[in-house]
Design a protein around this ligand. Structure first.
Ligand SMILES: Nc1ncnc2c1ncn2[C@@H]1O[C@H](COP(=O)(O)OP(=O)(O)O)[C@@H](O)[C@H]1O
Ligand SMILES: [Mg+2]
Length: 166
């Protein structure tokens, strides 16, 4: 299937959070959000936005450390927040049974998703965050699964009215 994509510029943390919230509001169980981009790109702030969209307190969202995954409940869907920044080797993925999260009821958000060994499930939606300057980030959404098409299509409707689309 052909890839669909859209790019936005956010000029503040709040705008990145807002965009995350618009995405979060679309999500249903089984969706996988693969975040990529450098340290300080805004992946964790964007994840807080996703949490707001799922009616989860964003203050609970912190980067998982030792276990590489945090679980947040109490919202419309639970979030499994994986962060591969501290991934030491690929065995850890197996040891921690991270793959199991893809078949759980809930939403999986992965920071540093490009460090995932092998292939992520087809249904993933990629968000690539790029640092433009101190307060500006470029967020590119892409994917080729039908869920990516639905979600990116909806984002274009909502976000296009409020943010600069590139
Ligand atoms: N437009 C923006 N969107 C998101 N974060 C921004 C933006 N402008 C500046 N920042 C800063 O960039 C940093 C992003 O941090 P974080 O979300 O933890 O990044 P990552 O998880 O990608 O390493 C924060 O210090 C935040 O204040
Ligand atoms: Mg982070």
């Amino acid at each position: 299937m052909k890839e669909i994509s859209v790019k936005y510029l956010t000029t503040s943390v709040e705008k990145t959070v807002w965009l995350g919230q618009q995405l979060g509001a679309q999500l249903i169980s089984g969706d996988i959000i693969a975040l990529i981009g450098d340290l300080g790109g805004g992946k964790t702030w964007f994840t807080k936005g996703i949490a707001i969209g799922l009616e989860i307190d964003p203050n609970n969202i912190v980067s998982p450390t030792f276990t590489l995954v945090n679980e947040y409940r109490g919202g419309r869907q639970q979030i499994f927040h994986i962060d591969l920044y501290r991934l030491k080797n690929n065995i850890e993925i197996l040891d921690l049974d991270l793959e199991d999260y893809f078949s759980r009821e809930g939403i999986v958000v992965i920071e540093w998703a490009d460090r995932w060994p092998g292939r992520l499930p087809e249904s993933k939606i990629h968000v690539k965050l790029k640092m433009i300057d101190e307060h500006t980030r470029e967020l590119e959404f892409f994917g080729n699964h039908y869920r990516a098409k639905e979600i990116i299509g909806a984002l274009k409707e909502i976000a296009g009215r409020n943010l600069k689309q590139l």
